[in-house]
Design a binder for this molecule. Sequence first.
Ligand code: F6R
Length: 241
Amino acid sequence: MKIIKVKNYDEMSRKAANIISAQVLIKPDSVLGLATGGSPLGTYKQLIEWYNKGDIDFSEITSINLDEYVGLPDTHEQSYHYFMHENFFDHVNVKPENIHVPNGVAANMTQACREYEELIKKAGGIDLQLLGIGTDGHIGFNEPDDFFEPLTHVVSLTESTIKANTRFFDSEDDVPRKAITVGIKTIMQAKKVLLIVNGKNKADAVKEAVCGKVTPAVPASILQLHPDCTIIGDEEAFSKL
Ligand code: F6R
């Protein structure tokens, strides 16, 4: 694991955007695995800024998002479809047909999971996977468990994830209880992994993920075994390392 400690959220976002830009420059048709949430917002903002300056071109990339809430249609303001369009896709030149987010309202979720895996395979796998980390150590929506779930699947969100995500909804009751997420094997097969993390509330999860043993009880700990994983974190998130 390569650990990059930065001062604050802005520096984290700029550095992450730099790594993503470099990836797209070197391989314009990169397959980018993308995340939602508070962590990557600044990164997307920076990438949009550079795109507007003409410094980066997304016309050939394919994007494959990590996860989506089950039960929220694309039009719901808290769906990850909506988030990605609002905060990134609608501001850059990614081709609509190259944008992929798991379908949280599929009539047959098992089939939707299988199809998402096929899609990733067909795209040639993920070149660069951007990740955030949950306070419980989750990556994507792979929650702490007794085993690592390898492929795209439906998961029940933990109490801590529901609580953490309540900030985006009117009330805790409105947070969906299930999500569809790519699995650990899919994440681990990405050629590069870039995890970004900020804030004191993530310090314990970061410590467990980086210094603890590799265990499905802390899903992010598996990244210790990835051959090309970079973690960019601010001083607060790294305060317990
Ligand atoms: C989101 C995702 C989640 C988040 C994590 C951290 O697509 O996969 O694993 O990255 O919950 O969320 P924030 O960044 O909001 O703290």
